[in-house]
Structure formats: C-alpha cells, structure tokens
Write a protein that binds this ligand. Sequence first.
Ligand SMILES: Cc1cc2nc3c(=O)[nH]c(=O)nc-3n(C[C@H](O)[C@H](O)[C@H](O)COP(=O)(O)OP(=O)(O)OC[C@H]3O[C@@H](n4cnc5c(N)ncnc54)[C@H](O)[C@@H]3O)c2cc1C
Length: 467
Amino acid sequence: MNVYDIVIVGGGPGGSMAAKTAAELGLKTIFFERGRRPGEKNSSGCGLGPRMWKDFPDLMKELTPEKCPSMRAGSAARCYFINEEGVVAGYVMSRPTESVSYEPAKSWITMNCYRSEFDPWIAEFATNAGAELKSSTLVVSLLKEDGKVCGVVDEHGEKYKAPVVIGADGAISIVAKQSGLRTKWSKDQITLVPQYDFHAPPKKIDDIMGDEALAVWWSATFPASYQVFFNDGFHQGLGNWLIKWDKNPLFYLNRVINLKYYQRLLRILEAKPRELQSHLLPWLQYPYNTHTDGVILIGDAGGFPCPLEAEGIYPAMVTGKIAAEVAADAVTSGDASKNKLSRFDKMWQKTSVGEEFEAGEELYNIWKALPFSPKETMTWFVPMLMEALGGIYDWSQPHTKRVRQIAAHIKSYMPQALPFILKYVFPLVAKIFEDDLDDMMDPQKLMKALPKVMELLPKKKKRRRRS
Ligand SMILES: Cc1cc2nc3c(=O)[nH]c(=O)nc-3n(C[C@H](O)[C@H](O)[C@H](O)COP(=O)(O)OP(=O)(O)OC[C@H]3O[C@@H](n4cnc5c(N)ncnc54)[C@H](O)[C@@H]3O)c2cc1C
C-alpha cells in the first residue's frame, strides 16, 4: 500500500495547482494524470483571464513565449453579428476600457495558449515543489473504509491511501460519482463543445488580425461561436447545453465555417484545418455538493466554470489552491470529516470565483436565453441591435427622418424584446444593484430628482420655415 497525505486525481490546471500548493505546505502529495503528460487530453480551454496574473503573480510571470510558444495576447475582441441569411450584418470591436482597473487587464483581455503547453508548464511547478506526478495512469475507483473514502485505486489495481482525496478529474469526474456527491450532471448543467483547430502562418495572423485575438460570432442560425487566435493557429468552436442540441453539434459549427465571410477569412489567413476536438464542460448556476468525508471536488469536477462565459481555468486554479490549504489543515488536525472540509465552501465563496456566483442564476439564465437560443431570441435581437448600431449609416432619407424610421422599427421589436427584458434583464440588474436598489428607488429621492430631469428635457419649439 502506498500512503500519502493527499491524493489528487487529475493533472489539469486545477489538479496541478492543488498539487503545487499541497507540496509547498509540506504534504506528501501525489497527483494522477491519465494522459502521457498533462495537457495531452486537454485541447480545450485556451484563453487565460487577467485575474490569474492578479492572484498568482509570481507563478504567471513565469509564463513566457519561450515556455509556451503558442502564446498570443488578446488585446482586442470582436463580436460579429450574423443575420438569418448568414450575412455578417455588423460587428463591434472592443478593447479594455477606461474603467478597467489593473495591469495586465488594461493591456489585454485574454492571453491565449494551447493547453498542450500550458498544462505541462503548470504541472512542473507542482513536481518542482515535491509533488509526485503519476502520468499515463487512470484512476478507476475510490478506496473506502467504513463507507468513507480513504484513497484511490489505479487501472493496474495499485492502491494509494490518503486522508484527503481531491477530485480534479474534470467534467466526467469519477471522484464525484463514486464518493456519492453526484450521479451525473443533468442535461441543463453540461455542455458539449466541438471545435476546429486551424493552422495559419504566424505572419498572416499578425498581418491580418493585428492584436485582435478573440472573437464571438453571435447568430440567429447557430449558438454563439468563439474564435481564439494563438501564435500559429486558431480555434473555432461552439457549445450548448445537452438539453438544447436538436441536431449534431457539428451541423451548427459547420454553419459558421461555411459562412461566406468565414470562408474569405480562411482564404486570406491561408488557414488549414488541423484537428477536430470535442469536449464536455459543466456550466452551472451554482456549484453544489463540493465536499464530503475525505473528498473535495475542484474545477470542472466541482462545477466551477463561470456561470456567464464558462471561463474555467482560473476557477480551477483558485479552488485547487483552496482545497489544498483546507486539506493541509485537515491532515494536521487528523480530522478530514465533511464538517472539517466544509471550510472549502466558505473559503471559495469569499474569492472572486464566489463573487461571480452571487448572480450565478441570473447570469446563467440570460446567457442561455440570448446567444444560446438562436432561433428564439437571436432572430430578433441581431436585426434590432444592428438597426440601433448601424441604421444611421444610411443616406436613403434625410437624417432626422432616418432617426424616426429607426426608432419606429426598433419599437416594432418590443413585443419580443419587452418580455425578454422583464424576464431576464431586470432580475439580473436587480441582483447586481441589490444593495443600492432601495436607495435608488426611494420615492422621496425620486420626487426630488424629477423636476431636475424635467428641466433637462428639450422644450418643443415652433418649426422655422424658410419663406
Ligand atoms: C472547448 C472548450 C473551450 C474552453 N475555453 C476556455 C477558455 O478559453 N478559458 C478558460 O478559462 N476555460 C475554458 N474552458 C473551460 C476549461 O477548459 C475548464 O474549465 C478547465 O480545464 C478546468 O480545469 P480542471 O483542472 O478542473 O479540469 P481539466 O482541465 O478537465 O483536467 C482534468 C484532468 O484530469 C485527467 N483525468 C480525468 N479523469 C482521470 C482519471 N480517472 N484518472 C487520471 N486522470 C484523469 C484528465 O486527463 C485531465 O488532464 C473551455 C472548455 C472547453 C470544453
């Protein structure tokens, strides 16, 4: 029997962060990876958020193009809007705005790199700290004593005992299932995400995309599709909850690829398809059942990807670090009971990940109803938005008449837009401004403000007519 202080199943960003932290805290640590090396099985997940640099500065300053040649900073992001005819009706380009408060978030939106480089890079910190990495090893079951988890068994029947097991084994977590924390995700908690990986010459990407490295394709004919540029290629993928797929997901992904605009982009970038990948990704309103006696679930295994955009690498690293700290305390005190490990919930709830889930339900609902309901919502949302953003660039009428035309046309979408606003936008706004709402809605303050607002309104003037 192999005896450790902590056993971690999974060598993704969450598992490696947990292993690094545990080893640094002096725990005898082992982490398992079924791939021949970390990242081999993880072609998914590629955009790293600036919060990683804010929260793990010493670690992230070590991520350099020498270590990770595919790195590319996403300084500008583009949203394409595609109408029902498959035409790019418009796009919006954005960069970090004035209100963004810290570097490097002021300089870029995401740092993109391939997981085949990122995962081994972060795992090396764990092994350098003294954690033992057992790669090419599939964990097949949990060891139990008196019904409580006390270790794992690998595919060769080898047993590894430890008071705490961390489930960092991703979307299809055997640790979650065998510990009794979950049977399987329900179909509205898990998404399936196919993506193409294209190669393109780095110079072409530089010349054509400049510092743009991220795009979202919003459409009435497919669920929102993302495009992420690396140094020598890019991903084009789209996901949706299992409950929402009415056809093979590739049918919708190919709709993106077959857009005339997209085909042009492929031609000028001299892009060649390199790989087709498909992954599951949990996408929840709130992570629940994250721990029991001797077990903590982190990252995707615990359902931690962001409820809006499903950013999952940062939450995996944050929860991995906290889980290792809680485990160290449990090992030292000789108490790895569910009650003792409940500190894990209290700790992640206080982090930026916890704050993200404060409006988890509302964020999840609006996202699901908007870009991921193309037929129900995007069919009116795209033309309405384009009318507002692009309608004025039209010389077919005098501008004043054009503005009245646009306003009337936007008004015609109100039977669809208003119920959406009431059902999804108001609850989200109310949640976000929960604390300020009483103050904002104070009738006395509103009455005081009213005359001032009235003064600002334009007075109707008599029209001047030329004689
Ligand atoms: C297509 C796609 C694109 C995404 N894009 C982004 C993005 O741009 N940015 C972002 O932040 N997030 C993104 N995500 C989410 C992100 O990939 C995940 O949230 C993140 O990888 C979670 O990390 P983790 O360590 O919890 O799990 P994983 O990264 O899934 O790692 C789990 C590891 O455990 C190993 N493993 C599993 N079972 C066993 C076992 N029984 N025995 C041994 N080893 C095992 C696996 O091989 C794997 O290496 C994306 C997800 C998908 C599907």
